[in-house]
Design a protein around this ligand. Sequence first.
Ligand SMILES: Nc1ncnc2c1ncn2[C@@H]1O[C@H](COP(=O)(O)OP(=O)(O)O)[C@@H](O)[C@H]1O
Ligand SMILES: O=C(O)[C@@H](COP(=O)(O)O)OP(=O)(O)O
Length: 299
Amino acid sequence: MIIVVDPEKKTKIPFSRGILTRSITSTGVDVGIAYSIAAEIVKELEKKNVKVITKDEIRRITYEKLLEHGLKDAAKKYLFWHELRRLKYPMIILLGGATGVGKSTLATELAFRLGIRTVIGTDTVREVMRKIISKDLLPAIHTSSFLAWRELRNLPKDVDPLIYGFESQVRYVTVGVNAVVERSYKEGFNTIIEGIHLVPGYVNLNDRSFMYLITVKNSESLEARFHERARYSLRPAEYYVKNIDNILRIQDYLIEKAKEYGIPIIENVELEKSINAIMSHLMEEIPKRLKEKGIKLSI
Ligand SMILES: Nc1ncnc2c1ncn2[C@@H]1O[C@H](COP(=O)(O)OP(=O)(O)O)[C@@H](O)[C@H]1O
Ligand SMILES: O=C(O)[C@@H](COP(=O)(O)O)OP(=O)(O)O
């Protein structure tokens, strides 16, 4: 067995091909190729009868192996994400977007790539609030975001009822969402929060938060997602398809807010491309924020 030591942190753990595969996958390399590169590295270490190795040595070997395989961009990303972990720079990534666009799917994949253990959905925050605050007290949170308008009485004359109702649910749920953001920031957790309630201008951003608006191209692709999701969840496609026009009107409103607040908009056509777009943006943005704090990445 090969033992991985970290003299700085005084840790000793058995070498895991799975851990190395995941850190290579975080660069966007296909998991199958990442696994075979990890296997190649293990084989070479065993051939040299290596018993103990440091994390820095693994990093160097992996970086060189990626270059050997012609994966120059992946090699650069590999060093970047490791440097970030060494710096202990906890990120709060926020994925907003209309119902069904792919937020939770992206959140799960991004968490895997970046080794982030905390993923929270705003619909979970809403569920907790529903338990605490009764429907009689706060009807707007006890229904879907795109139906909140139906629970309100005496709406002002000059407003769009759909957006007014949506904003009322967002305003209430954001109280809980901001509490999650604050705790993640204070505790220094890497966290991904995803949900319809992440609306630019409502959620409090900070120097370590990165918000993205996830969108779909059109009604047809959104409807396909509702049917796809219904295959493995109890959320019936019909319920969402029936409200698809209002859901897309909310998407138009979210796009306007994203433009107003300079939030990157990711049209979620292919999962891989969306993930790479978010990770590339993070790789550009994080060094800028670190530089503002006088910290230069050593890569
Ligand atoms: N880029 C994509 N291409 C195709 N299907 C996708 C993509 N992203 C998500 N999906 C599918 O669309 C459905 C809705 O995705 P989900 O993540 O549940 O949306 P949300 O969390 O935004 O409501 C899921 O079945 C998911 O597999
Ligand atoms: O309120 C809403 O629009 C959706 C948001 O969930 P996502 O589809 O965005 O995950 O929750 P629902 O009422 O379907 O439980």
